[in-house]
Design a binder for this molecule. Structure first.
Ligand SMILES: CC(=O)SCCNC(=O)CCNC(=O)[C@H](O)C(C)(C)COP(=O)(O)OP(=O)(O)OC[C@H]1O[C@@H](n2cnc3c(N)ncnc32)[C@H](O)[C@@H]1OP(=O)(O)O
Ligand SMILES: O=C([O-])CC(=O)C(=O)O
Length: 375
């Protein structure tokens, strides 16, 4: 093979999708043809989930039925509650979701007559319960009630479970927008993982569990937590400027910047930045916001790199009082919508995903039996 291969499958078209466009000239980011800007301004997360799963916008009554259905699926089976209690409290919450998702697959398997749509809805409804049940249990709050339907939406339910009381309308809308922005992104690493697993005719839970595993890393979904840690290390804009320059001079990466596809900026970043700005009401939040803006300025001056969705999402979550370790799990909850849509799409026109490798190993050589082998 003489053609030079770029690492990481960069620029390779690995399949077709009608779910979203990412960075396509003149289209930018759309979900099923709808601009991310319109969706973030005018839609709700549940509306976006419906759109992704059913390939059409819901009517008002379809949406209400959908919201009610999701709210009725929040219950954790008692054996799953037991498993969540057994998972050590120091565990990374991404591992909790990975384990919880896999466990649910043993309790409510696809083979048991459930449709893929049933499983998609169940996962979207129960993942927040799983996360917050484990989190609050190990914070000493006991076994919290996750089934209440008083909070209709995923964002309000999540924040209520986290705060222990209802969130206000701005907080709920901020999280709702973050969930919309993270819901889908074409053939990113975690979605591609789901599609590869699906292509072997494996089950739904295996594919989603694989997606969670791929999202965990800091080069992908885990960047929001890494970005927050980096921003939080600086006390002032001056320190941030010096610190980032020093990191760049050592060839270190600044998390939350750069993107494989968007070379001129991630369209989701300005939207979530605006929400971070709106929420930065406390003096210490204003300092963090200006530190983040300084990092953005330095990154552009020094590297011509732009923030991706993770950078200002991190601040948005922080200003919502969400612990850093829960950032990437929130990404899981949102991206499950996109993963499910991709599993449906892969199944509808499946062929095993199996590329080939360029062999760069040794040429064939004689095998030396162990008795004759010397060091
Ligand atoms: C939701 C998401 O998953 S969005 C992405 C979240 N991930 C991050 O924010 C992690 C930080 N960013 C990165 O590591 C990268 O930009 C990625 C992984 C997102 C994209 O990676 P790739 O397309 O493979 O670009 P790659 O890592 O090869 O970088 C190209 C060049 O830009 C530099 N670069 C890219 N991102 C960054 C960064 N965040 N900080 C500093 N330098 C960077 C690289 O060091 C490299 O420089 P070089 O050519 O001098 O060696
Ligand atoms: O598309 C990617 O490579 C990463 C990303 O932004 C996402 O998954 O939202």
């Amino acid at each position: 093979m003489t053609e030079t291969i770029k690492g990481g499958l960069e620029g390779i078209i690995a399949g077709k999708t009608s779910i979203s466009t990412v960075g396509k000239e003149g289209l930018d980011l759309t979900y099923r043809g709808y601009s991310i800007h319109d969706l973030a301004k005018k839609a709700t997360f549940e509306e976006v989930v419906f759109l992704l799963l059913y390939n059409k916008l819901p009517t008002k009554s379809q949406l209400n039925t959908f919201i009610d259905q999701l709210a009725s699926l929040r219950e954790l089976p008692s054996s799953l509650q037991s498993v969540l209690k057994l998972i050590p409290k120091e565990t990374n919450p991404m591992d909790v979701l990975r384990t919880g998702c896999s466990m649910l697959g043993t309790l409510e398997p696809e083979e048991g007559g459930r449709t893929q749509e049933d499983i998609a809805k169940r996962l979207l409804a129960v993942l927040p319960s799983m996360l917050l049940y484990w989190y609050q249990y190990h914070k000493g709050k006991g076994s919290i009630e996750t089934t209440s339907e008083s909070e209709k939406t995923i964002a309000s339910h999540l924040l209520h479970l986290l705060y222990g009381h209802p969130a206000n309308a701005d907080q709920i809308r901020a999280l709702d927008v973050a969930l919309i922005l993270h819901a889908e992104h074409e053939f990113n690493a975690s979605t591609f993982t789901c599609r590869v697993i699906t292509s072997t005719l494996s089950d739904f839970y295996s594919a989603i569990t694989g997606g969670i595993c791929a999202l965990r890393g800091p080069l992908h979904g885990g960047a929001d937590e890494a970005a927050m840690e980096q921003i939080g290390k600086f006390q002032s804009v001056e320190e941030a400027e010096q610190g980032v320059k020093a990191m760049l001079s050592k060839k270190e990466k600044i998390m939350g910047f750069g993107h494989r596809v968007y070379k001129y900026g991630d369209p989701r970043s300005d939207i979530i930045k605006e929400w971070a700005k709106n929420l930065s009401v406390k003096p210490q939040y204003k300092v963090l916001f200006s530190i983040a803006e300084k990092i953005e300025e330095v990154m552009f001056k020094e590297k011509h790199l732009y923030p991706n969705v993770d950078f200002y999402s991190a601040l948005t979550y922080h200003f919502l009082g969400i612990p850093t370790l829960l950032f990437t799990p929130l990404f899981v909850i949102s991206r499950t919508a996109g993963w499910c849509a991709h599993i449906f799409e892969q199944r509808a026109n499946n062929r095993l995903i199996r590329p080939i490798a360029e062999y760069v190993g040794p040429l064939p050589m004689p095998f030396i039996p162990i008795e004759e082998r010397t060091l």
